[in-house]
Design a protein around this ligand. Sequence first.
Ligand code: ADP
Length: 407
Amino acid sequence: MAVALLVGWVLGLVWPVLSIVLALALGRWLWQMRRLLGWLADPSQEPPEALGFWGDLYDRLYALQRKAQEREGELKSRLNYLQDSLSSMHDGAVMVTYGGAIEWSNDAAQRLLGLRYPADRGQALLNLVRLPAFYRYYIAGAFDDPLQVRMQGEREQVLQFAVTLFGNGDRLVFVRDVTKEAHLEQMRRDFVGNVSHELRTPLTVIKGYLEMILASAQQLEPRFRRPLEQMSQQTDRMESLLKDLLWLSRLESVRTQSRRERVDVALLLQELVIELHTLYPERSLELTVDTGQKVAGDYRELHSAVSNLILNAFKYSPDDTSVTVLWRQHDSELLLSVQDRGIGIDAVHLPRLTERFYRVDDSRSSATGGTGLGLAIVKHVAAGHLAELRIVSTPGKGSTFTLAFRC
Ligand code: ADP
């Protein structure tokens, strides 16, 4: 512009020269911009050659473009790597959108659930996986524990489903074939059940003879009396152990959901209080019923769970304290609690309390005649009724065991 101004001044034609030069400069910019737009429309080509400002601009844009391409390539290979690893997984994996549509599934999911990918992409998962138990599990949205489903078909197959949430309410459904594990578990249960059953007959014989011998106590040599009495006590203990083991194996093998009745819990509690009052007239048992709601389930199982809780409350609290049983509704839950004012339980034991044979204090528990299976039974009954067992306890003050049912 300065040169144009100088030439124009020398020639005495400042404005015409300046206008011509300006028009040429503008034309060049417009031409470069068209080249730029042309290149941006198809950036796979080499950038146009240019000098000065435009050259710089092309170089920088080209460098940025190369970097973005490199990153894209890297991301693509990572994504492929991830998809490859998920695809090659032995377990099935299905990505499901917030709305319930299948986004992606791996080979195992296609094999186990009969899905097809990519043909089924966008289809509702629940329309393709038609299992009532899975439907309920998926809709309920409580995915803390996995779900096991026994498949109907020529070949016996047990599938385990687990769901995790990610992103914006999207879900990742994992499915695994646990047929072998379920079979082993069944064998273990059957074994415990059969052993308990088989041991009952010899025990009944031993118990019968012991009772017979003890009945004729006057003919007994005094030095045999005490050992025989102890043998009799221990056979009683063994009998209740076998009874509990059998009951537990029954609870484990029968799926409660399939035989549901409407259990009137208030009535059950009233009957139980009368029974226990007859058996333990020295103990005070207070019952408060605040709801008439019924629970879907099995009367015998609920009866055994609550009586285990009350008997524990009796066992682990002094005779002169009372035990309170409360049946009430709180928000969307029905709560059955058994509260004692006894020795309580230290918090460290609470997570393991429902394990079979777990005892806080072995000597005290066997002195009270417990089998160590009571709370395991309660936990199984709770699980069969989709209820939760909650334990709150303060050592030296007492404990409250609550069965929380969903309304
Ligand atoms: P047990 O037959 O030994 O009572 P349970 O399975 O019923 O077996 O209970 C497991 C352990 O939990 C018991 O040994 C006892 O230590 C503890 N426990 C259960 N209920 C109570 C309670 N109400 N108060 C204090 N401790 C309890």
